[in-house]
Design a protein around this ligand. Structure first.
Ligand SMILES: [Zn+2]
Length: 326
């Protein structure tokens, strides 16, 4: 993304740079409306006037709810936190190799852990990849199980707990192998089970028909053979037959698990998909030619049109879900 402002390259520079409120505002405005035309978030009209003293716009088309701020329709909506803190948090999250906890965010920005947690969750939403370009060439599909510690669970939910009191959530990964021209990338999905409709459905959604899909010998993938060049490696016999292996994903899983263990106290299954989005984002942008700055800009570009509330994040509607800090 091109901006006319000269842009910081390190976190230190970013903190200094965005400490200027007017500059933060101008920058966010550019992210919000990249073509420079301010549009009403409710009716999309560009017939608006700006009240500079209050930093808000009035829409001339809307009959009610005429006024809007920069925050309406973004992940910042209804948040009293200033842009400079948001921007620093996005920078930190986009670039922390092993993730960052809400406690660290809180300490770094001078906010409480709960606020840090809320910011993290909102930023993860911005990191979600919208419509991903379909994967092609040689791909891998594999599953892993991510455990939630039983002691954090409500006692009614401990039923169905697996080995050693660990309840596990299946996660499917699909990886497109890198070539000379592009780096490998992943898509991660929390799946309710590892049966055929779930696993094959995701492959069909993310992989171009006719591509090669390497899997282990799980029968659930048999369905792919009609539309894909499905290659199977039987892990009971060997881990690789030439290019047929799932080592790309195996490596990714160990990275992911190390990160979940090291940085996050616990991941509630309800929130797992957001952590996965964050990890996939960092992995897929790990070799961004503009480094930290490039990753930051990609993350921040995702803020538009994304909005979540505390209620939707914490699942307060569902009394069985507990709010857990991560
Ligand atoms: Zn309007």
């Amino acid at each position: 993304m091109k901006t006319e402002l000269e842009f910081p390259e390190t976190l230190q520079e970013a903190i200094k740079y965005f400490a200027d409120e007017q500059r933060s505002f101008e920058y966010m405005k550019l992210i919000r409306w990249p073509d420079g035309i301010v549009r009403c978030p409710r009716c999309e009209s560009d017939k608006v006037s700006f009240i500079s003293t209050r930093k808000l716009w009035t829409c001339k088309t809307c009959k009610t709810k005429k006024q809007f701020t920069l925050r309406v329709g973004t992940i910042f909506e209804d948040s009293p936190i200033k842009y400079d803190k948001w921007i620093c948090a996005i920078w930190l999250i986009a670039n922390a190799k092993n993730g960052i906890s809400s406690y660290e965010i809180g300490r770094a920005l001078g906010v409480c852990q709960k606020t840090g947690w809320f910011m993290l969750q909102r930023i993860r939403l911005a990191m979600q990849q919208g419509s991903v370009k379909k994967m092609r060439g040689i791909c891998e599909a594999d599953e892993t199980y991510i455990g939630a510690k039983a002691r954090y669970m409500h006692k009614d939910r401990r039923t169905g707990v697996g080995d050693a009191g660990i309840r596990k959530t299946p996660v499917q990964g699909i990886l497109e192998r890198g070539t000379k021209k592009k780096h490998s990338r992943v898509v991660l999905k929390v799946v309710p089970n590892t049966r055929r409709p779930e696993l094959c459905g995701n492959v069909r959604e993310y992989v171009l028909k006719g591509s090669t899909v390497c899997t282990d010998s799980l029968m659930s993938y048999d369905d792919l053979e009609s539309d894909f060049d499905r290659q199977m490696v039987n892990h009971a016999v060997t881990y690789a037959r030439g290019h047929v292996h799932t080592n790309g994903l195996e490596n990714f899983w160990s990275l992911l698990k190390r990160c979940l263990k090291g940085t996050y106290v616990n991941v509630e299954p309800f929130h797992l998909f957001r952590y996965l989005d964050e990890q996939a984002f960092r992995f897929n942008n790990r070799k961004d030619e503009n480094g930290d700055q490039g990753r930051f800009e990609k993350a921040i570009a995702g803020i538009v049109g994304k909005r979540v509330t505390w209620k939707s994040l914490t699942g307060k509607d569902d009394p069985q879900l507990e709010l857990l800090p991560a």
